[in-house]
Design a protein around this ligand. Structure first.
Ligand SMILES: [Zn+2]
Ligand SMILES: [Zn+2]
Length: 143
């Protein structure tokens, strides 16, 4: 719809892929599992779990690529610059949106940390968000 305003926009490093978020910002959650560490290249990823109706691609969907492990765990990224990009949750109802892909510094609330049991010793969690050994309990990452 023309004239829609987004509460945040984002995209990849080369600018080919762009997206917008509507209504309200979901909180940012960190996953410290070994897969998210590899995909992010650092101690955890930082992701917003966004209801699908609040997410919109603005450009570059044809530049998206996806890699899936044998277990079906997957990651989406820009084919040109390699940045992690949003991808649908397994049930397709929501989108995982990398927080670092957002433009500027939107005022994100903190959801917490999952798979802290997999966290390497060189990562120190310095905030007071909730921490879960593996998956968060139902609802903890909502919003
Ligand atoms: Zn790109
Ligand atoms: Zn993870």
């Amino acid at each position: 719809m023309a004239g829609d305003e987004f509460v945040a926009t984002g995209g990849c490093l080369c600018g080919a892929v762009r997206f917008g978020l509507r209504e309200k910002l979901s909180p940012v959650g960190f996953c410290h599992c070994s897969q998210c560490r590899r995909v992010s290249g650092t101690g955890s990823n930082a992701v917003l779990n966004v209801p699908g109706k609040r997410f919109q691609w603005l450009a570059g969907e044809d530049s998206l690529r996806r890699y899936e492990t044998a277990s079906g765990w997957g990651t989406a990224f820009c084919a040109i610059c390699g940045c992690p990009m949003p991808q649908p949750t397994p049930d397709g109802a929501r989108m995982f949106v990398p927080a670092g892909a957002l433009d500027g510094d939107p005022a994100l609330r903190l959801a917490g940390h999952i798979f802290v049991g997999s966290k390497p010793a060189w990562v120190t969690i310095c905030d007071d968000g909730p921490q879960f050994e593996a998956h968060a309990e139902t609802g903890a990452a909502g919003g």
